[in-house]
Design a protein around this ligand. Structure first.
Ligand SMILES: C[S@@+](CC[C@H](N)C(=O)[O-])C[C@H]1O[C@@H](n2cnc3c(N)ncnc32)[C@H](O)[C@@H]1O
Length: 221
């Protein structure tokens, strides 16, 4: 599914979110509190936008590994980094079985990826395993807004698969996307899942754009 959408992934991201996903990714990096020279692992990196933001924040001495299990996504991430003269290390890896030694990174991130993995708790544990003690695991994911935004967002969600089909010819993947967002635990429910993983000393959620997205931050025990 991800290979099929990869070619039009960026353009659809920009159009369907009105470009707001870029702001959410910058906020994710800010909440990771990454600093110059740090080492970061971005899981399920897709076409690399979040990994590139991490590289900008960690400076020329920072090391960012962008990992994903989809070759087509990875090659787009590598191309984008090269075009922007950004040094990224692109690696094929399953977020549920990271081929990395424990306590290796200052932070690990996953953007719009954890919703799609087969075992979310295992994914959280894997990410925490590879991060140093007191380092951060940051998760950017869609939420389900409440109040009036809930109605507006639900209506908009109905059009997403149609818009995706018009722009890219692909509808099924975006139908899956909107359905999976509706089922995904939001805010305190996802924080409970993080607590259940039992690998964080503290877990917090940050609401973005009326709860259309959230950043979750776990401090590794
Ligand atoms: C919706 S895209 C998000 C891409 C990017 N992080 C972003 O924010 O735009 C989801 C990505 O997760 C990847 N993915 C899903 N499950 C994965 C897993 N178990 N291990 C590694 N990557 C995975 C897919 O290949 C896809 O590139």
């Amino acid at each position: 599914m991800f290979a099929v959408v990869s070619e039009n992934y960026d353009i659809l991201n920009d159009l369907l979110s009105f470009g707001i996903h870029r702001k959410w990714k910058r906020k994710t990096v800010e909440l990771s509190e990454v600093s110059e020279g740090q080492k970061i692992l971005d899981c399920a990196c897709g076409t690399g936008d979040l990994a590139i933001e991490f590289k900008k924040a960690s400076g020329k001495n920072g090391i960012v590994i962008a990992s994903d299990f989809c070759e087509d996504m990875l090659s787009l991430a590598a191309k984008k980094a090269k075009k922007n003269d950004i040094s990224l290390n692109v690696v094929r890896a399953d977020a549920l079985n990271l081929p990395v030694e424990s306590e290796n990174f200052d932070s690990a991130s996953i953007g719009f990826g954890i919703r799609n993995v087969e075992d979310r708790i295992l994914c959280l544990r894997e990410m925490a395993r590879v991060v140093k003690k007191r380092g951060r695991v940051v998760i950017l994911e869609f939420g389900n807004p409440g109040g009036i935004m809930k109605i507006l967002y639900r209506i908009y969600s109905l059009f997403i698969p149609l818009l995706a089909r018009l722009i890219s010819g692909e509808r099924q993947a975006y139908k899956y996307m909107t359905a999976s967002i509706r089922r995904f635990p939001t805010g305190k429910d996802f924080v409970e899942l993080m607590e259940l993983a039992n690998v964080f000393s503290s877990c917090r959620s940050h609401k973005l754009t009326f709860g259309i997205a959230y950043v979750y931050v776990g401090i590794v025990k």
